[in-house]
Ligand binder design. Structure first.
Ligand code: NAD
Ligand code: UGA
Length: 448
């Protein structure tokens, strides 16, 4: 099939690459010329396991193209996927300006029937807005062309995006349009071995399912984080509690890890957007407000432990920081808890030696923006280093923020020697406390 993907970010690029892998001819459009330049030069603008090879292979086969040429992109695809960003507006609602702009471009330039597919995460009612924007542009041109609109929310996780797209738990298609249903069923058939994984429903339910899924997952995490604080106060171990409750299939073992708070481009903004939708519907959500509040608090949990140990004034203290990305296997720093931790520790006078296997460049960029108003003296106390070992040099204690694999089995003896205070603050519960303490290290983790 001929497919256009509008927006070549985490979702658009993965969608384009995976669809081209199944033999479709995909044109990926972006307004960011830098991204398209990198892609046309054989690189990829993000870190995502397996994506580079997929892009290279399909681009070489001529099935995957990248362009900033809007007329060309609109002319190409029978299916037009909208995968642009939907960042939070000032009031927390999803900002639909990029979605609307993409829809208007289609309406302005289309010359034959198009199936327009909303892949971005968008509030209930957006398909109607997309339909109205396209119809408005067609009316301006005075042409009468039929088109279809469908919702097809994306459920991939960063760091496992290719795997998730290739082997989805389910694919949701929201439409009452027969042509769109037939085309999307055919397009996704190679991805669903088991056809009951392809769920066709009404548009609003499809749009709502995406927010409901992310809100449910964020709720699990905030709930576990709240329980972890209580476990710690009561002398219980949240890791044992996790196993204890997760073995009940009604609860399940996945996604029950207490930690340093959730981040990323989706949970924070989608929880806010759902709260906003609920308020607008006259049904304010107490749950979403609590999920968000618990998470904001949780991002500070490591800072609080450090302050409890050393006091508010951290000047003269040096901390090694392992991990900056909001989760492993990505260079995405959007809403990463590390950003809050870095700012709070620097503000109290600490010196930081930070290491991340892939997110360092992006971290340098966003943290510089975060610290824009700080004095140079404050900003200069943050140094980025090129290895986990280098971060330990002359450090008093280690702070672990992201659970990259390379942090999982360190040389504890070397850690005990390198860290002046022989102390680890672990925001991801990577180690067995008895093991670490056996090396003479003071080990502070979450909820135990
Ligand atoms: P992103 O910021 O990485 O990419 C969006 C891209 O769209 C950018 O490259 C931007 O330049 C481009 N763009 C904006 N306006 C455009 C236009 N009019 N025409 C062409 N290109 C345009 O965003 P993302 O992380 O890929 O997220 C996209 C959507 O998918 C969001 O709604 C998000 O909530 C949702 N989503 C994201 C993930 C994820 O893991 N990142 C997973 C599922 C769903
Ligand atoms: C999340 C969802 O998992 C995807 O299904 C969804 O498609 C996506 O949002 C989206 O809509 O964009 P993502 O944000 O990429 O994916 O990553 P997750 O693995 O969900 O992690 C999110 C955050 O939760 C991370 O900061 C992670 O550290 C934290 N987390 C995750 C926990 O603290 N505990 C857990 O048990 C799991």
């Amino acid at each position: 099939m001929k497919i256009t993907v509008i927006g070549t970010g985490y979702v658009g690029l993965v969608t384009g690459a995976c669809l081209s892998e199944m033999g479709n001819h995909v044109v990926c459009l972006d307004v960011d010329a830098r991204k398209i330049e990198i892609l046309n030069a054989g690189g990829i603008p993000i870190h995502e396991p397996g994506l580079q090879e997929l892009v290279r292979r399909n681009a070489a086969a001529g099935r995957l193209e990248f362009t900033t040429d809007i007329p060309r992109a609109v002319a190409h695809g029978t299916l037009q996927f909208i995968a642009v960003g939907t960042p939070p507006d000032e009031d927390g609602s999803a900002d639909l300006q990029y979605v609307t702009a993409a829809a208007r471009n289609i309406g302005r330039l289309m010359t034959d029937h198009k199936v327009i597919v909303d892949k971005s995460t968008v509030p209930v009612g957006t398909a109607d807005k997309v339909r109205a924007a396209v119809a408005d542009e067609l009316a301006r041109r005075g042409v009468d062309l039929a088109f279809s609109v469908a919702s097809n929310p994306e459920f991939l996780k960063e760091g496992a995006a290719v795997e998730d797209f290739m082997r989805p738990d389910r694919i949701i298609i929201g439409t009452d349009d027969e042509r769109a249903t037939l085309l999307l069923r055919a397009l996704y058939a190679p991805f669903v071995r088991n056809h009951d994984r392809l769920l066709v429903m009404d548009v609003k339910s499809a749009e709502f399912s995406k927010y409901a899924a992310n809100a449910m997952l964020a709720t699990r995490i905030s709930f576990m984080n709240e329980l972890s604080r209580l476990a710690e106060a009561l002398g219980a171990d949240i890791e044992q509690v996790r196993v204890g409750i997760g073995s009940d299939p009604r609860i399940g073992t996945h996604f029950l890890y207490a930690g340093a708070g959730y981040g990323g481009s989706c949970f924070p903004k989608d929880v806010k957007a759902l709260a906003r939708t609920a308020a607008e519907a006259g049904l304010p959500s107490k749950m979403m407000a609590a999920v968000e509040a618990v998470n904001e608090e949780q991002k500070l949990v490591l800072v609080r432990k450090i302050v409890a140990q050393y006091g508010e004034d951290l000047s003269g203290k040096t901390f090694a920081l392992w991990g900056l990305a909001f989760k492993p296997n990505t260079d995405d720093m959007r809403e990463a808890p590390s950003r809050v931790i870095v700012a709070e520790l620097l503000r109290r006078g600490a010196t930081l030696q930070a290491y991340d296997p892939v997110a360092a460049d992006e971290a340098r960029r966003v943290i510089a923006l975060d610290l824009g108003d700080e004095k140079p003296e404050t900003r200069d106390r943050l140094r980025f280093v090129s290895s986990a070992t280098a971060a330990l040099a002359q450090a008093d204690a280690l702070v672990i923020v992201t659970e990259w694999k390379e942090f999982r089995t360190p040389d504890f003896e070397a850690l005990a020697q390198a860290l002046a205070d022989r102390r680890i603050f672990d925001g991801r519960n990577l180690y067995n406390p008895a093991l670490v303490r056996g090396f003479g290290l003071d080990y502070r983790s979450i909820g135990r």
